[in-house]
Design a protein around this ligand. Structure first.
Ligand SMILES: [Zn+2]
Length: 492
C-alpha cells in the first residue's frame, strides 16, 4: 500500500472517531426535558393579593441614593399596611425591627433541631424618572389594577415577592399549618443602595444569635421565555451564585507646564492610553461557567449549542469567541470591565497636572479582587498610573451554591407543580442582591422570583410601566405556599 493512502485512511479514521465521540458526548450531555404536568391550581385569592400589592406600591419607599434613602414616613406607612393586611402574621410571628425600618419576622418551628430557612425581599424601590412620567400607562405610584395587571414601581422589583411571601404565610397560618423548621422572613429597607443598614445588619444579628440557615431564597430572575438564543420554551433561571463588585480609581500626576512646550504625553494622554489597554484586554472568559445552564435546558437548546457545550475540549475557543460578542453573554462568562469616569484638565492652554478615572468590575466566581488588581497592573504596565479602591464597597463574588441538594430539588418540584415541565436551570446573577450578606451563615443561597415573564418584560424592571399580572402574582403566592411546606419536610 502506498504511504499516501495509509495516511488518508488514518486521517479518515481519526475524523470518524472524533465525530462519533463528539456525538456521543452530545447525547450524554443534555438531561431529558422534565415531563411533569402542572397539578391542579392551589386555590389562592388572587384579587386580595393584587389589592394588597397595589396598596404597598402606593408607599413611595424610594431609595434615591446612599445619602437619600427611603423616607421614614414611606417605610412606616408600608409597615402599617402590612400590619393591616396580614393580621395572623402579626399575631403569630415575632417581628423585630432592625435599624427601625428593616423587618425580620420569626415563625418559630416546633423542632429546634432543624436549621431554619429564610425568605427574602426588600421594601425599597428605585425612583421613577420624572422626565418619563407621562409615558407610564398608569402612574408609577398609583398601584392601579387594570387590564389584568397591577401597575407601579416595585411591581416586579420586588414588592411582588414581599407581598407573595406574606400572603402565603398568612394563608398557611389561617389553614392551621405550623412549621417544624423555623422560617425567617427578612425584608431590608435599603437594597437598592447596597443594603448597608438593612440586610447586612439583619444577617449580622442572626449570626450573633448563632443561627445557621439551611436555605435562603431571595429575589432573582423569573421564568423567562425568549431570553436565551435559540431556546423557545420558558426556562426558570434559579441563581445559585452572583458576581462580585469592585471599583478602582486611577490617577496620573505630572508636573504642571505650559501648553506651548508640552512633553510627549500629558497626564490625560498617559491615563487614556492605559485605560485603552485595559479595555482591549478584558479578563479571560470561562464559557464552561454556562455549561450547567445549557445542560439543564437540554434538548430545548439548539443542537449546535448542545454539541458545543458537551465538547468544550474541542469547541471552547469558538464558543468563547461567540459569547464574547454580545454584552450580556460576555458578562456571563467573565469579570467585566467598565471604564465609567474620566476627568482631567482645567483650561485649554494649561497642561493638566492630573487625570483621574474609575473603572467598575463585576467579578465572576473564581476571580478574586486580587486577581483583578494583578490583571490591571499587568495590562496597564505603566508606573505613572496609580490605582486604589474606590470608597463605597468592594466584595468578592458569592460562593456557588449546590444544585444537586434537597433545597434545590424542592424548588424544582414546586415549580413543576405550578408551571408544568419547564427546565429549571442554574444561573449566575449579573447584579447584586441582598442575599450576599448571608454568605457567612448559609451555604444554600438561591435567588429567584417565581413568576413567568416575557423577555421584553425585563425592561420594565427599573424601567417604564413596571407591572405584574394578577395571574403571575397568584403563582408567586402558590409557589411560596408550597415551598414553605416542602422545605419544612425536606432533609435540608
Ligand atoms: Zn430588587
Amino acid at each position: 500500500m502506498n504511504i499516501a493512502l495509509t495516511v488518508l485512511i488514518i486521517l479518515l479514521a481519526v475524523v470518524l472517531f472524533t465525530a462519533a465521540f463528539v456525538l456521543m458526548r452530545t447525547m450524554r450531555f443534555s438531561q431529558p426535558l422534565p415531563t411533569a404536568e402542572a397539578s391542579e391550581k392551589l386555590a389562592v385569592d388572587e384579587e386580595a393579593a393584587a389589592a394588597h400589592l397595589g396598596e404597598a406600591l402606593r408607599c413611595k419607599t424610594i431609595s434615591f441614593s446612599e445619602k437619600q434613602p427611603a423616607s421614614p414616613e414611606s417605610l412606616l406607612s408600608l409597615h402599617e399596611i402590612l400590619e393591616k393586611n396580614y393580621p395572623e402574621v402579626h399575631k403569630q410571628l415575632t417581628l423585630r425591627k432592625i435599624n427601625e425600618y428593616s423587618l425580620l419576622y420569626t415563625w418559630q418551628g416546633s423542632n429546634p433541631e432543624l436549621d431554619p430557612v429564610l425568605l427574602m425581599a426588600h421594601q425599597d424601590v428605585v425612583p421613577a424618572d420624572p422626565e418619563t412620567l407621562q409615558m407610564w400607562e398608569h402612574p408609577p405610584f398609583s398601584g392601579e389594577i387594570a387590564e389584568g395587571y397591577i401597575w407601579g414601581r416595585g411591581a416586579l422589583d420586588i414588592k411582588n415577592q414581599l407581598t407573595a411571601i406574606l400572603e402565603s404565610v398568612e394563608n398557611l397560618l389561617q389553614s392551621g399549618f405550623r412549621p417544624q423548621r423555623t422560617v425567617y422572613l427578612a425584608f431590608g429597607h435599603d437594597e437598592e443602595i447596597g443594603g448597608p443598614q438593612g440586610a447586612k445588619v439583619i444577617a449580622r444579628h442572626l449570626e450573633e444569635q448563632g443561627v445557621r440557615l439551611a436555605a435562603v431564597l431571595d429575589e432573582g430572575m423569573p421564568i423567562l421565555q425568549g431570553s436565551l438564543p435559540g431556546v423557545e420554551i420558558p426556562v426558570a433561571l434559579v441563581s445559585n451564585c452572583e458576581k462580585g463588585y469592585l471599583t478602582l480609581e486611577f490617577s496620573t500626576e505630572l508636573e504642571a507646564g505650559h501648553a506651548s512646550t508640552p512633553p510627549k504625553q500629558t497626564a490625560i494622554g498617559i491615563l487614556a492610553q492605559a485605560l485603552a489597554r485595559l479595555e482591549a484586554h478584558p479578563m479571560p472568559g470561562h464559557p464552561e461557567k454556562m455549561s450547567p445552564l445549557f445542560q439543564a435546558i437540554g434538548g430545548a437548546a439548539p443542537l449546535s449549542t448542545q454539541m458545543a457545550f458537551a465538547n468544550l475540549w474541542l469547541f471552547k475557543r469558538a464558543i468563547h469567541k461567540k459569547l464574547s460578542v454580545q454584552p450580556t453573554t460576555s458578562a456571563a462568562i467573565r469579570t467585566t470591565t467598565a471604564v465609567t469616569i474620566f476627568q482631567g484638565g482645567v483650561k485649554d492652554n494649561i497642561l493638566p497636572r492630573q487625570a483621574h478615572a474609575a473603572a467598575n468590575f463585576r467579578l465572576l466566581p473564581g476571580d478574586s479582587i486580587r486577581d483583578v488588581c494583578d490583571h490591571v497592573r499587568k495590562v496597564m504596565a505603566d508606573e505613572r498610573v496609580q490605582f486604589k479602591f474606590m470608597e463605597g464597597g468592594a466584595w468578592e463574588a458569592s460562593p456557588v451554591s449546590p444544585t444537586d441538594n434537597p433545597a434545590f430539588k424542592a424548588m424544582e418540584e414546586t415549580l413543576h407543580q405550578i408551571f408544568g415541565g419547564i427546565p429549571v436551570a442554574p444561573f449566575m446573577m449579573l447584579g447584586a442582591t441582598d442575599s450576599r450578606h448571608y454568605a457567612a451563615i448559609a451555604e444554600n443561597i438561591y435567588r429567584f422570583s417565581p413568576m413567568m415573564l416575557q423577555a421584553d418584560d425585563i425592561k420594565r424592571v427599573h424601567g417604564l410601566n413596571e407591572r405584574i399580572s394578577v395571574e403571575q402574582l397568584g403563582n408567586m403566592v402558590r409557589f411560596f405556599t408550597l415551598l414553605i411546606q416542602r422545605w419544612d419536610e425536606a432533609e435540608l
